[in-house]
Ligand binder design. Structure first.
Ligand SMILES: [Fe+2]
Length: 289
């Protein structure tokens, strides 16, 4: 007896952008005959919708709430731009959740300091105290994971880096238009996604025009423009809005938007205090500073 089998292969994401359809004929002796195989992609394979997250800082409640929100965005991939640990009481749990989400992960200064790849001489007293606690709490496997993180992600559509793209291992901040103007010449990508300041902003560079900082919830990138984009912080926002923050960029329409997410702040503050971490680290979460 002959059977007909139809196969459908697609990418793993919830919003499939491509698929292959095949039809096979086979009999009971397992003789397979491939009759038809076709890629049914209608839009380019390279159109990608990406969620950018960073600066989780061991805040598991904010991270899980952001993960729930990202599910509603139907992204093709998640890119992490550094600082999974530091300040918060759940560094191991956040690392393990990150590992389950993506392989696209760059290092932040807190990650490298916790892993012993750099000194903490530039850290303030609160950050230094949290760093010691984090080092004592991390498992060996998670410490090794932090050591393995690269300084930048050189993707086809963008550069991803935690701090300034000019010298990523110096961990310089890009706070304002002057900072941004100075670094646009140090990378060649049209888009550069950064983190580190914990404050969302977009720096736009058009030909023969000064760099302009913008703070929109949604943006359509000019085809001739270059951009440095900061998506804020998941676990310790510092722009006066205590809600977790992340960004979504879709290459199919060249649009970007920022998402803010409420999370269980009180639980996080209790954990920080129970762990013996500085009280200020719990307090600042409620004011977004
Ligand atoms: Fe950070």
């Amino acid at each position: 007896m002959m059977y007909v089998l139809m196969i459908r292969l697609s990418n793993r994401m919830e919003k499939s952008r491509w698929q292959q359809i095949g039809i096979c004929l086979f009999n009971t002796e397992n003789l397979y005959i491939l009759l038809y195989l076709r890629n049914t992609t209608k839009t380019s394979l390279y159109h990608m919708k990406t969620a950018f997250i960073s600066d989780v800082h061991g805040n598991l409640e904010a991270f899980t709430s952001v993960c729930e929100s990202i599910k509603q965005e139907h992204v093709d991939r998640i890119v992490f731009l550094g600082d999974i640990v530091g300040y918060g009481a759940n560094p191991n749990e956040c690392i393990e959740l990150l590992q389950s989400l993506t392989n696209y992960a760059a290092a932040g200064n807190h990650d490298w300091a916790a892993a012993g790849r750099q000194s903490a001489h530039a850290f303030n007293a609160f950050a230094a105290e949290a760093l010691e606690w984090t080092r004592a709490t991390l498992t060996r496997e998670n410490m090794l994971f932090l050591r393995s993180l690269p300084l930048s992600l050189d993707m086809r559509e963008f550069l991803g880096v935690h701090a300034s793209p000019s010298m990523p291992d110096r961990w310089r901040y890009v706070f304002n238009a002057l900072d941004a103007e100075a670094v646009f010449g140090t990378f060649s990508h049209r888009l550069c996604f950064i983190a580190h300041t914990h404050c969302p902003v977009i720096f736009e560079k058009l030909v023969d025009a000064p760099v302009v900082p913008e703070f929109p919830a949604m943006a359509a990138f000019h085809p001739c423009g270059r951009y440095i984009i900061n998506c804020g912080s998941v676990g310790q926002p510092r722009d006066g809005d205590p809600r977790a923050s992340y960004g979504v960029y879709d290459t199919s329409d060249n649009r970007y938007h920022l998402v803010r997410v409420e999370y269980d702040l009180l639980s996080v503050q209790k954990k920080i205090r129970r762990a013996g971490l500085p009280d200020y680290l719990a307090y600042r979460l409620s004011v977004g500073r």
